[in-house]
Design a protein around this ligand. Structure first.
Ligand SMILES: Nc1ncnc2c1ncn2[C@@H]1O[C@H](COP(=O)(O)OP(=O)(O)OP(=O)(O)O)[C@@H](O)[C@H]1O
Ligand SMILES: [Mg+2]
Length: 137
């Protein structure tokens, strides 16, 4: 999957991601302010969670419950100092829980990320569009 999109097309993109992903751990990579949280919010909507989605600030993870009783974990590792901190919150239990894990700044815990996680790379293009590339095993 390699698509350019505007903010109006976000819902279609999120639908596409959910339809395409072969794993429930999704890594949203891209530079600061590129639109990771915005896309995650839309993915949560598609999964059936319409309430407030914002990056966890004082913890590393937020938990959302969808209308189908699915659990979504939203991680943001921007502020993490080292991988030990992630191990301390029980990151492996989250990753192997079989719930959705939507992750920002996974590069900061790269040794802990499961090999079969879905990679979603977002970059800024001309005309304020975003490019998204999804790669997976
Ligand atoms: N596809 C898009 N087209 C245009 N603007 C967008 C798009 N996606 C996000 N934005 C805008 O970019 C800004 C930053 O978005 P967002 O907070 O989602 O980025 P982020 O990658 O999560 O940033 P951070 O690295 O700080 O976590 C917001 O104002 C948002 O409205
Ligand atoms: Mg963000």
């Amino acid at each position: 999957m390699d698509i350019n999109y505007s903010i109006e097309e976000l819902n279609q993109i999120a639908e596409n991601i959910i339809a395409t992903a072969n794993h429930k751990i999704l890594l949203f990579n891209g530079e600061m302010g590129v639109g990771k949280t915005t896309l995650i919010k839309e993915v949560c909507t598609v999964l059936g969670f319409n309430d407030t989605v914002s990056s966890p600030t004082f913890s590393l993870v937020n938990e959302y419950l969808t209308s189908n009783d699915e659990i979504i974990y939203h991680f943001d590792f921007y502020r993490i100092e080292n991988e030990e901190e992630a191990l301390d919150i029980g990151i492996e239990d989250y990753f192997y829980s079989d719930n959705w894990c939507l992750i920002e700044w996974s590069e900061n815990i790269k040794n802990l990320v499961p090999l079969n996680a879905v990679n979603i790379n977002i970059t800024l293009t001309d005309n304020n569009l975003r490019n998204i590339q999804l790669t997976q095993n």
